[in-house]
Write a protein that binds this ligand. Structure first.
Ligand code: NOJ
Length: 537
């Protein structure tokens, strides 16, 4: 395998609206990011993945794109993006952007044209328009359900208000699905890729990557039937075409967002002429349990080796509960379909485990994704008032699913009270989601220089990782007692104690970094350490 920049990279997911607000409107923006690039460079990240930065009505936080070749005016301009990409490169930071190919915004000109055009028109053929079933076409064309709950179909109205055809949306009604069997859709996205690669973008994160193609018959299906829209064979043609575009440049990476429960099934996408890497969600979803984590790690490494693709490791992102909270609950696992905020959270325990998990994760061979704010030890904000919630999941489930707002709260940078430096002192609006007052102890300012802080742990870990670990290998498991994971990374031993009892440290000549104080040669519970392996061991 040729070593590429992404094979061992530390990639920082930057959720633009919650990172830093330079113009005081309560929403993060590109000027805010630009001012904080030195922070990210000092943190030690190799690349930034930006959540969607395009013009969008934000019915789904920007994953409803109205124009794929521009920047949302509240974030800045295309010129700002160009400057950010260039300045990132000067700091040694590459840029990955988020492309959303399964659906666009209902404000996208193509969808507006489709609504204005008659049934059977070329404009409608770029989407999935169908007549309804039953008398008057009052029933949706099939029983498919939206991933955000409710029917996956919404009925259109003609200019006179008369009900018309229905259109498909696997997510919110404001996110109509493209018809990827349509050649114009394919050509359009290949052109969008080139547009951004030409501007210097180094990689693409592909949203909902396994959902793009649909069985044209749009059949109903039962729990044991193959899905007519997920993980289908014909999606691979699209990835081959995208890979050809990426490979016509140098050093550009395609990263798939694919929620499959089992790591081995990713191999279908990681072919030499398809995606370069995929997110490792089975690792993220795994509970804080040594045997279970070891199994996911082994499976990941085995299938990655077979696919010739570097492994990826991720603990949090903008769709999941922050892992400080997950690890502080009785059930430390995660599933998109069972966000459970009714469980009590022990934040001290969750934080302790999150520190250990950071060292475990950053020692694994491959690339690592950090979600903004995890370096500060932020927790899931579970008490956002209903009236301030934004997530369509919360709204469409009537609050039964708490949704994702709690992981998207604007970052605390400095000061003693909200907006904690997220917005400037003369801001005209409050942050778009409210920040907990207790985050005064977690600001970048409060943590900088504090050797016991999460931020300093991340800074040290990223620096040591850079200096000591070779991207994708080698890694050797070492003998360890039950509940303890220990492996060697070519001279550095990583050991993590997930058991409730202290464990003896493996042989070592020095302690490089530890997530908590080590007592008398022992590793306390919920603690991890990086040790210098003795020569010849
Ligand atoms: C996955 C994204 O990560 C999520 O935030 C979004 O809601 C869906 N795809 C739909 O675009």
């Amino acid at each position: 395998m040729t070593r590429q920049w992404w094979s061992g990279a530390a990639i920082y997911e930057l959720y633009v609206q919650s990172f830093a607000d330079a113009d005081g409107d309560g929403v993060g923006d590109l000027a805010g990011v630009r001012a904080r690039l030195p922070y990210l460079a000092a943190l030690g990240v190799d690349a930034i993945w930006y959540s969607p930065w395009y013009p969008s009505p934000r019915s789904d936080a920007g994953y409803d794109v109205a124009d794929y070749r521009s920047i949302d005016p509240s974030f800045g301009t295309l010129g700002d993006a160009d400057a950010l990409i260039a300045e990132g490169h000067r700091h040694g930071i590459r840029t990955i952007i988020d492309i959303v190919p399964n659906h666009c915004s209902d404000r996208h000109p193509w969808f507006q044209a489709a609504l204005a055009a008659p049934p059977g028109s070329a404009a409608r053929a770029r989407f999935w328009f169908r007549p309804g079933r039953g008398p008057g076409g009052d029933l949706p064309p099939n029983g498919w359900q939206s991933i955000f709950t409710g029917s996956a179909w919404t009925r259109t109205k003609g200019p006179d208000g008369a009900p018309g055809e229905w259109y498909l949306h696997l997510f919110a009604p404001e996110q109509p699905d493209f018809n990827w069997a349509n050649p114009q859709v394919r050509a359009e996205f290949e052109d969008i890729l080139r547009f951004w690669f030409d501007r210097g973008v180094d990689g693409i994160r592909i949203d909902s990557a396994a959902l793009l193609t649909k069985d044209p018959d749009l059949p109903g299906f039962g729990p044991d039937d193959p899905s007519p829209y997920a993980d289908r064979d014909d999606v691979h043609d699209i990835y081959r075409a995208w890979r050809a575009v990426a490979d016509s440049y140098s050093g550009r990476v395609l990263i798939g967002e694919i929620w499959l429960p089992d790591a081995t099934r990713f191999a279908r996408y990681l072919r030499a002429d398809e995606l370069h890497t995929v997110f490792n969600f089975p690792y993220l979803c795994a509970p804080w349990d040594a045997a279970g984590l070891r199994q996911v790690i082994d499976r990941t490494l085995a299938f990655q080796a077979a696919a010739g693709a570097p492994a990826t490791w991720v603990l949090s992102n903008h769709d999941v509960d922050r892992h400080v909270s997950r690890y502080g609950r009785a059930d430390t696992s995660f599933g998109l379909d069972r966000r459970d905020h009714s469980q009590p959270v022990d934040l001290a325990l969750g934080t302790r485990r999150a520190r250990a998990a950071a060292l475990l994760t950053m020692a694994l061979p491959g690339s690592v994704y950090l979600y903004q704010g995890e370096e500060l030890g932020l927790w899931e904000v579970e008490d956002i008032p209903a009236g301030l919630r934004q997530d369509p999941i919360w709204h469409r489930t009537g609050g039964a699913d708490p949704g994702r707002d709690g992981s998207r709260v604007p970052l605390p940078w400095s000061g003693q009270e909200p907006p904690f430096g997220f917005s400037p002192p003369d801001a005209v609006r409050e942050p778009w989601l409210p920040q907990p007052g207790a985050w005064r102890d977690l600001t970048v300012e409060a943590q900088t220089g504090d050797p016991g802080s999460m931020l300093e742990l991340y800074r040290d870990a990223l620096q040591i990782r850079h200096a000591e670990f070779v991207g994708e290998g080698p890694m050797t498991w070492l003998p360890a007692p039950g509940g303890v994971l220990a492996f060697d990374r070519g001279g550095v031993t990583c050991v993590a104690n997930l058991s409730p009892a202290p464990a003896d440290l493996p042989l070592h000549t020095a302690v490089l970094l530890a997530s908590a104080s080590l007592a008398a040669g022992q590793l306390p519970p919920d603690t991890a350490a990086w040790l210098r392996t003795p020569p010849g061991a």
